[in-house]
Design a protein around this ligand. Structure first.
Ligand SMILES: NC(=O)c1ccc[n+]([C@@H]2O[C@H](COP(=O)([O-])OP(=O)(O)OC[C@H]3O[C@@H](n4cnc5c(N)ncnc54)[C@H](O)[C@@H]3O)[C@@H](O)[C@H]2O)c1
Length: 322
């Protein structure tokens, strides 16, 4: 099995689960945001999937390691950077997937699970975003994920591809403390970063039409998300060429204030959050309807907010020490 981006936050959790159940894994990663230490003894091929010779290099990797399935995590994920450098984001995220599919077609590898994102929904909001809710991504990052899904749909007819795109909602927590998220791009690590500096956590907007005025999001534990990948992969094993698309969320919304309160409770710190202006483009409520993935492959989230925050905090403390 080939796992691209396997040295990253989410990918390394899935690699760990795959290894625990005895699957052979080879990771391809350029280590730009990944960390070799996350995958210890797993075979790593270090390369940029977007480079022009990637298809032939990937063919060699697939041949040499008898690859029959792929999980494609590799991708750049900084929204601000994607707005500043759209062409590079398209080259990186869409280019990498195109290179991967070229190689897969050549060596007849026909199963792939793809990291998509709730960012494909963009301005759509509501208590339950379904997979068929209109997609209007707000930035180049979300667009690269939507185009990735289109590319997979187009490839189904081209070479009997069996693909599954998982649209992750807000991923947080750690399944193993040493695999926690170290990039301060999402709410939980961003609050940790402020607390480390002795600063108040920031809340952007408290006048939304929500339970306490702050934005509501669907937080999914990375360990639950990792399990969803194994279910998706196993679901591809039989059947005909197709592209399935599933939301991966809990279906439950938590407000930013609830998350911040929980972080302060777990960390034992007492510091009042600071309210700032709303950020442009932040929808009030983004929550998944996760019914489809449960109905099709039987996956459902098992862990809640307390687990998410506690595991993230434990990981933060461990990684700070090391
Ligand atoms: N973390 C989230 O909340 C979230 C939400 C929705 C979707 N996603 C998607 O999930 C995937 C994994 O995210 P993550 O949070 O683990 O991020 P991450 O940055 O920790 O992991 C991405 C990995 O891919 C590697 N990589 C990126 N571009 C590459 C390239 N061109 N060639 C080779 N390797 C490359 C990086 O070095 C890194 O190891 C990404 O595609 C991301 O867009 C993440």
């Amino acid at each position: 099995m080939l796992v691209t981006g396997g040295a990253g936050y989410i990918g390394s959790h899935v690699v760990r689960l795959l290894r625990e159940r005895g699957d052979d894994v080879v990771v391809v990663d350029d280590l730009v945001t990944g960390d070799r230490n996350r995958i210890a003894d797993v075979l790593l091929v270090e390369m940029d999937l977007a480079q022009s010779n990637a298809p032939s290099m990937l063919q060699t990797v697939m041949h040499e390691h008898n690859v029959d399935r792929v999980i494609h995590f590799a991708g750049r994920k900084q929204v601000g950077e994607s707005v500043a450098r759209p062409a590079w984001y398209f080259q990186q995220n869409v280019g990498s997937l195109a290179n991967l599919l070229l190689a897969m077609e050549q060596v007849r590898v026909t199963q792939i699970v793809f990291s998509s994102s709730a960012a494909v929904y963009g301005t759509s909001e509501g208590a339950a975003l379904r997979e068929d809710t209109p997609r209007h991504p707000l930035n180049a990052y979300g667009e690269t994920k939507l185009i990735g899904e289109w590319l997979l749909s187009d490839s189904v007819g081209a070479f009997d591809l069996r693909a599954c795109s998982l649209r992750y909602f807000n991923v947080a927590g750690a399944g193993w403390a040493e695999l926690g998220d170290t990039a301060a791009l999402n709410l939980v690590p961003m609050v940790f970063e402020r607390l480390d500096q002795g600063l108040a956590p920031l809340i952007f907007g408290d006048d939304y039409d929500t339970v306490d005025g702050t934005c509501v999001r669907d937080y999914i534990h990375v360990a639950d998300l990792a399990e969803a990948h194994l279910a998706a992969l196993d679901g591809l094993a039989g059947g005909s060429a197709r592209h399935d698309v599933y939301n991966v969320g809990t279906g439950l919304g938590s407000s930013v204030r609830e998350m911040v309160d929980e972080i302060l409770r777990v960390s034992g710190l007492s510091i009042l959050p600071e309210i700032r202006e709303r950020r442009p483009g932040d929808p009030a409520i983004v929550v998944a309807d996760p019914a489809a993935i449960f109905a099709s492959i039987g996956w459902t989230a098992r862990r809640g907010l307390v687990d998410i925050v506690q595991s993230a905090w434990d990981s933060h403390l461990l990684l700070q020490r090391s």
